[in-house]
Write a protein of this length. Sequence first.
Length: 595
Amino acid sequence: MHARPLLVLASALLLGPTCVHGQGSAKAATCVVSIDLEDGTFPAGWTNQSVERLDPQGNGLGEFVEAWTVGNAQEANSGGFFPVPDRPTGNRFLMANDDAAPCNCAMGEVALTSPVIDLTGRAGMALQVRVFHEQNLGAGPAYIDAFNGTEWLALLEVPAVEGEWQDLFLDLSAYDGNPGFRFRFRWSDGGTWSSGFAIDDICLMDRLPSDLSILQLFTHDPSRSAFDSSVRSLRYRRLPAEQADTVRAVVEVMNQGQVTINTFDLLLTLTQAAGTVQAEVTGLSALAPGERRLVLLPTLPLAAEVGPADLSVQATMSGMDGDLNDNTATATFTLTGDGWANGYGEMACDEGAFDGSLGGTDPWVVAQRMEIVTPGSVAQGISAVIGGDAAGGQMVRAILLDHELAFVDTSTRYTLTPEDIQRGVNGEPLFLSLASAPSLDPGDYFVGFQRLENGVTTALSVGTSGNGPIGASVVLTGATFVVNYVERTPMVRLHLSSFGVGMHEGAVDGIPAMEVFPNPVVNDLAVRFDLAVGGPVRMDIQDASGRLVQPLWQGTLPMGDQRFTLPLERIPNGIYLLTVRTGSDIFTKRIIVAR
């Protein structure tokens, strides 16, 4: 008989960031078998069981397909019965799903089996894996089994947890040195068309005797609910300097060794231009093999100065640590302020790069929760990155709501142009000023963009970037504003400083137009524009879809008349957009390259 393996099950809180944004992670443990599925291919050498497809009455069709497929959350829930959380956004995983393509299938019991793995000379074996198993709608159980060279033994009946991925850790040291080791996952649909079982991030490892690891450093407290308005609990990629108060970091640690860690210490360091501050937590209690723990670190003061704020954490343990390369992690965010170079007081929770979109053809509001802690902060405006799924003509406005989704303020109505859509594809936000620039009391607010009825029925969306906890992001739909809390983080930002940029081609409010000649151009393009205020300037060439073709120049210029000759000999023939960004304006001009 083999000893029963140790199972450590991470709680739902420990599954990862609640607002995924550039959190630091340390070096991962070495895996004998490592499968992350992000390339979308089925793992080589694994045995995939075949199942029979059924007609709507449950009769066999004599057609057999593979039970296990690689897919994403949208594909898993195509039938509406297997809502796998999309964490991280766009994640791919293995699944047995009896209600989605290529099934409807009979999955009374289906197994996914590893190839033979020679563990000769290996010690301290363990399995880490992430699974999604709700066991709802009459579905049966899920198991993890091991083959010792002679027989299959059940290691674990996977617990059923609703709505969350689980991190599992199994001690497989009973199989150390086994030359014919295999393991498998089993699931049953309970004889009904129900949901499924999902598997991701498989790591079969041989562990060091002792190994304390930092898995992740958060610049917020992920254990707090997004609905808790009494504290700031979301993670911000960009935060107005006037909102700076303190940093309450959290670190996730794990014992990846074979023996219990009796005590361990953590040292947190915050570095800004103003200097460095530190805080230490000592004598933390024992950590069992395979155990994960979130540790709330002491509060550090945050200086109200524009620029990066860098955090790092160092872990030390009692006794010998077999791997010191995974004992540190870092994370960073940026404090913003007045002016273009400082982000116009931007408050942003998104990652900064597209990974999806929220919206549609009907009226909607897409909004992100923001937490104000400083009295008297003035909401100057809201910006959003518009998705590239329309040609323009839709009507939008910025909208500010309180934590109960009651109206606070809005911008004037704005009709989107094709240029707005193109700039959105390029990741550039559209800014709309709030009508009354309200002073905000401390508390939670939702900042959003609203699609309004104007007779244009084509789709429109706001880009998303990363994901967060339920309660942080919301989509309101229809005339009655049906509330749908979502995990995806919309690229909608609050600005606490006046946003001085306008987009124009030609003279606007007395500002001279940018002049270019010749146009069409063969090789060299002469450019002339006037700077009302000296400061940073950037010039780029974009294609017709708004994508960057070539950066042309970047630097600092004085106030007044500016003249440049820009070489375009490497730009192919075609129609382009010349964009000049200054500290007070964005000039654009269509140009034609023709040779």
